[in-house]
Design a protein around this ligand. Sequence first.
Ligand code: HAM
Length: 403
Amino acid sequence: MIKSLRGMNDILSEDYERFTYFLDTATKIAQKYGYHFIETPLLEETSLFKRSVGESSDIVGKEMYQFIDKGENDVCLRPEGTAGVVRAFIQKKLDKAGGTHRFFYHGPMFRYERPQKGRLREFHQFGVESFGVDSVYEDATVIMMLSDILKTLGIGYRLQLNSLGDSNCMPQYRESLVKFVKGCGDEICEDCIRRLETNPIRVLDCKNEKCQVLYKDAPKLINSLCDSCDTDFASLKKILEDNGIDYEIDTNLVRGLDYYSKTAFEFVSDNIGSQSAIAGGGRYDRLVEYLDGRPTPAVGFAMGIERLMELIEMPEITRDGYYIGAMDEEAVSLVVNLAQKKRKTDKVTIDYKAKNFKNHIKGADKVNAKFFCMIGSNEIQNATMTVKNLEDKTEQIINLKDF
Ligand code: HAM
């Protein structure tokens, strides 16, 4: 039997209901905040991710589904959504047009990671990207939108915040961190030795316990911020406080992608095990320019839908629509005709396999139909049928032509 690939799942039945409920809710909220849908391809040139997410990141360095296509192009399945949206933004010349552009997207992402609970090789994200606003109010608004989505879905979270500085203060901080880490001698892990050469600040979220102890007294980025970053970070905290959003400062939060500056954040859940990050994002003011666009400030986030699935509180299921069942062969074509007519206004499920009352009622319950009708030779002869309301148990006899 052929099975799906490791770390890649089918989504169907009850899961699919949760999945679409999540997408409907998140979409409505994003639209309320003025975001518009964007769809970008699943396949992109590999260089797009090398230049944005960064060659030193695990995502690009170790986890890409990368191959040479039939036209000799070096391509890969997207590991995340931001880079593609930025590429589209520049390609459509929206950077040159100026102004504010806000997008939301959802779809599959691919990372060749070691699969475990909450960590898949094909997973789905819902994300937003806002271009053209450098005010820290936009960072706060993006965080509040994410909080709105989670609260609407009944999902509890902890918000972790950090500032990654900008091109003024980051290089100096990086130097002092490198000096500190080199001072730890050869006790640091091999990954950190590599990170010192490629992207030193990633040592801060090294999972090796020995490294964590060694870096306990490492210099903290938020103590080295320049005036502009420091003021923005203070404002961000104040706006969140004013709007009742709790947060924790995590000075080691550096995110796994290289494009961030200033605001960085993660939403975590304590109820889903070790893969606890349910969403992450931040500001990336240099990325548009890095990808050859006109410098444009930007901020966004992405949520991991699979990690949210078991946390979503589904609304109470209400009965809806019609179920029409055939009692004998003769009734089948009438059942189909009536359903087609009714579907102009209502959801209709039909079963044209001839069955008795008990079995048809089972079918109606399965799809949570509100109204139940059955058609057999008697109904055809009298041109009437009984419509049963499965909610309040009332019944009504109607003429078929009035259905
Ligand atoms: P990210 O933190 O790499 O950020 O991913 C966002 C979310 O995707 C994570 O918080 C997690 O819930 C989910 N996720 C990541 N990897 C996996 C996996 N292997 N299996 C299941 N879920 C996963 C980004 O992707 C950025 N593009 C976010 C962003 C948008 N920043 C600015 N704009």
